[in-house]
Design a binder for this molecule. Structure first.
Ligand SMILES: Cc1cc2nc3c(=O)[nH]c(=O)nc-3n(C[C@H](O)[C@H](O)[C@H](O)COP(=O)(O)OP(=O)(O)OC[C@H]3O[C@@H](n4cnc5c(N)ncnc54)[C@H](O)[C@@H]3O)c2cc1C
Length: 502
């Protein structure tokens, strides 16, 4: 896939100008590089593992002001900040961190929000270790990188939650109003980002969401112990203050077609419908009671509040022994949810080794601390049921790592004769998902890729159909929040260009 330029037009100059400001120079003079490098990374305060496995409250408690300033002092304010280039939405990271050091979190948030409308979320869920923090010059010098994600989260929480309003910060006046209406389909991070940017450019934007709550995976996938719902609501409220209308319980392609919306005057479309169609293993026994896709399992718990059954009328299967198949964030969320719902044993079965697991490092660490068992290089080949059609166990096979496959990772190869049986009464399959075909199948001329994903020009996110743009997981398959946001940002710019130039 093409990688778009990360710096916004003019951003390199802006970064240089920001860095040359007097207060920044004074901070640099204040503490030497050697002293900054000697400061250890400030640990994130957390709920103790034995406490948190009994609740759904957030695991990370967030930096205090003092911790945040101490961590901000570690940033060297480099001349060539690798972190900015490592961030898919090119946040001016050194500037926001130096504002924290200077004790001005409001200005830090203002800086972040120039390029990121969802900082409290990104600070919590972005895989910083393979993005901004990986490119931190401290890490290159053999020290732990600056905790950029923790600092981003601190800034957003400090401002937005301090007064309990969630919308204490306003983006200031946007561009003059434009007459065109734009429809965004899907209210995940991709759709919300495009909507916010288009509203700032002066357009009238409506986000259409199939579910009863906005947020996409942020609402129905990621559990509250990683992303509290009041944080999500606060971010969505902020976007609404920009003038964005959000219409829930509206399935584009069923409640109304794209043509209906065109007739209602929508001049351009951004499809951000995600990848909500779960993949299955296609092995015997997969339809037994007690075998779930991660999508269904997490939706029952997160969106339909099944964990508060019978207060909320969505039963979630309790389990004595829960097995989750997969090694990504989805698998980590499912297994830690099963544990919190009372499973005596909760185990991950992953077909590669620890080194290839795509889940965020922090989630794997937290899962390990909570007592999740990891079984690497194993894959189920059959689910076993009892006479009532309920899951009672699985037959697994051991694997070895072979030559790299098309993803560049070593291919897992079955070891003959290595099958073994385990007892489980809940299995959650978290091996990936693909785009929901409902809407895109109604557009016969829309060019699709090999996996049913929408094909786009990655510079503009334009699809093969004029006026229709797409981004996020519907284009990339299961990707990340920040990549979806980056797509939304580029699409907004391109839609603006399209509407201005005809
Ligand atoms: C359990 C889980 C954990 C994850 N953890 C992380 C993480 O820690 N870090 C990270 O960066 N990424 C994580 N991801 C991936 C990340 O959440 C996604 O990459 C991101 O949400 C994709 O955003 P999106 O805007 O493309 O779509 P989504 O967030 O999938 O939202 C799409 C929305 O479109 C709606 N929709 C679909 N079709 C229609 C239609 N026809 N009409 C109206 N609405 C429609 C859907 O209901 C949905 O609300 C996780 C994913 C899951 C499932």
């Amino acid at each position: 896939m093409n990688r778009p330029d990360r710096l916004e037009p003019g951003q390199a100059e802006r970064l240089r100008a920001e860095r040359d400001r007097d207060w920044r120079k004074a901070l640099r003079r204040d503490i030497s590089v050697q002293k900054r490098m000697a400061i250890d990374r400030q640990p994130m305060p957390e709920q103790e593992p034995w406490v948190r496995i009994k609740n759904f409250k957030e695991v990370n408690l967030g930096y205090t002001f003092d911790l945040a300033r101490a961590e901000a002092r570690r940033c060297l304010d480099c001349g060539q900040p690798g972190c900015v280039a490592g961030c898919p939405v090119a946040i001016d990271i050194p500037t926001f961190i130096k504002y924290i050091e200077a004790g001005e979190p409001e200005k830090a948030l203002e800086t972040i929000r120039r390029t990121n409308g969802l900082p409290a979320i990104c600070g919590r869920v972005c895989p910083q270790e393979v993005q901004c923090e990986k490119e931190c010059n401290l890490a290159r010098a053999g020290r732990e990188p600056v905790a950029i994600g923790h600092l981003e989260r601190f800034v957003a929480d400090y401002i937005c939650l301090r007064e309990g309003t969630g919308t204490a910060f306003h983006a200031g006046p946007g561009a003059p109003p434009r007459p065109e209406k734009i429809a965004v389909v899907g209210s995940g991070p991709g759709g919300l980002t495009a909507a916010a940017d288009l509203a700032r450019l002066g357009y009238r934007v409506t986000v259409f969401e199939a579910l009863h709550l906005p947020g996409g995976v942020l609402a129905y996938g990621i559990p509250e112990f990683r992303l509290p719902r009041e944080i999500l609501e606060s971010e969505i409220n902020f976007i609404k203050t920009l003038g964005v209308e959000v219409r829930t319980n509206f399935i584009v392609g069923r409640t109304a077609s794209l043509d209906d919306l065109r007739r209602e005057g929508y001049a351009a479309f951004f499809l951000a419908t995600g990848a909500g169609l779960p993949s299955f293993m296609n092995i015997p026994g997969e339809n037994l009671l007690g075998v779930y896709s991660a999508n269904e399992y997490l939706t029952r718990v997160n969106l339909m509040k099944g964990f508060r059954f019978p207060e909320f009328d969505t039963p979630v299967p309790g389990a004595r022994k829960a097995a989750v198949i997969g090694g990504g964030n989805v698998a980590m969320d499912a297994v830690r949810t099963a544990l919190r719902l009372g499973a005596g044993q909760a185990t991950i079965y992953y077909r590669r080794s620890r080194a290839e697991m795509p889940a965020r490092t922090e989630e794997v660490k937290h899962a390990g601390e909570e007592g999740i068992v990891f079984n690497f290089l194993t894959v189920p080949v059959r689910f076993l049921g009892n006479e009532r059609g309920e899951l009672r166990g699985m037959v697994l096979q051991r694997l070895a790592l072979g030559e790299p496959d098309s993803s560049g990772r070593p291919r897992p190869v079955p070891i003959p004769g290595s099958e073994f049986e385990v007892e489980v009464d809940l299995a959650v399959v978290a091996i990936g998902q693909s785009p929901n075909p409902l809407l895109i199948r109604q557009l016969p001329d829309l060019k699709l890729g090999r996996w049913g994903n929408v094909e786009v020009n990655f510079q503009t996110m334009a699809t093969s159909l004029p006026g229709i743009y797409a981004g996020g997981d519907v284009v990339r398959g299961g990707a990340t929040v920040i990549l979806a946001m980056g797509d939304g940002r580029r699409a907004a710019r391109a839609i603006d260009e399209f509407l201005r130039t005809g």
